[in-house]
Design a protein around this ligand. Structure first.
Ligand SMILES: [Zn+2]
Length: 285
């Protein structure tokens, strides 16, 4: 089976590495877009995994706005991955979501402004359908794996992806809520769109980290994560959710790829002869 690519923070990788020693450090990979983030290769109960540390391997080295998404997705595909599982901790706009809950989003609002968001810069390819945004088959595997941890899991939510690195204003959160955003984070776009351009399956598992600005009155606390946007009890709930990561990866990695259309998203362009079978030749078309 091709490796499952997992994109997350370095803390998540440490959890995996603690349980599955002997991983291979592939380092940053060279791509036509420059070097990717560091990638590690390891085996989880017989299933090959590629782990890409989106923000670098030394904590939050590179904020979401400055991640080289094109290089990262290219590198994962180049190493043979056809499925990408993203792991991220966004805020909640929907007050019915709970801190520490798992959410498998099913739609996305792209509010980013300054990111390179396509491989098809030549102008002849590009009408890639975005419904469903996330691969239904990989989503089902993610939901099953989250459910097996016993942690509350929500099936479906709209993730609003903002530019950052600053957090959102209260008015921006109100606006995003009005237009349907339930989660707010900075990482899934354009990652999911780029994965689709390379005909990969992509799904995300979000653990709710905090309530977005304006949803609850939280005093300013200097020197801590988000300056007090989440309190100590909430932090404990977040840590409990993060602890389920290894079991979730194990579950998704063991799942068989189901039926989906991801591999056929560009068939029209192949039939037309605009692009060939080798995806490396698609870049810039
Ligand atoms: Zn798929």
């Amino acid at each position: 089976m091709p490796p499952l690519a997992v994109v997350g923070g370095s803390g998540a990788y440490d959890l995996l590495a603690r349980e599955y020693a002997g991983g291979r450090n592939l380092g940053p990979r060279e791509t036509p877009f420059g070097p990717s983030a560091p990638i590690r290769e390891l085996e989880v109960d017989g299933s090959p995994i590629l782990f890409l540390s989106r923000h670098g391997e030394t904590g939050y080295h590179r904020t979401a706005r400055f991640v080289n998404y094109r290089a990262n997705v290219y590198a994962m595909r180049d190493l043979g991955a056809t499925r990408v599982l993203a792991w991220s901790g966004p805020g909640a706009i929907d007050p019915s979501l709970q801190i520490g809950q798992y959410v498998v989003p099913d739609d996305l609002l792209d509010e980013t402004r300054h990111r390179e968001d396509t491989y098809f810069t030549g102008g002849s390819v590009g009408f890639v359908r975005q419904s469903p945004v996330f691969c239904p088959s990989l989503r089902a595997a993610a939901l099953a794996a989250c459910g097996n941890t016993g942690t509350s899991t929500r099936d479906g939510a709209t993730y609003a992806c903002t530019e950052g690195p600053r957090l959102e204003t209260p008015a921006e959160i109100r606006k995003l809520g009005i237009i349907g955003g339930q989660l707010v984070g900075m990482t899934l776009a354009p990652e999911v769109f780029l994965a689709k351009e390379l005909c990969m399956c992509y799904a995300a598992i979000c653990y709710v980290t905090n309530y977005a600005e304006g949803l609850s009155e939280k005093p300013f606390v200097p020197g801590v994560l988000f300056e007090g946007l989440l309190d100590e009890d909430e932090m404990a709930q977040v840590n409990a959710a993060v602890a389920g990561f290894v079991d979730i990866v194990r579950g998704v990695a063991a799942s068989e790829p189901g039926h989906c259309h991801c591999a056929h998203l560009l068939d029209r362009y192949k039939r037309r002869g605009t692009i060939g079978e080798d995806w490396r030749q698609w870049i810039g078309r």
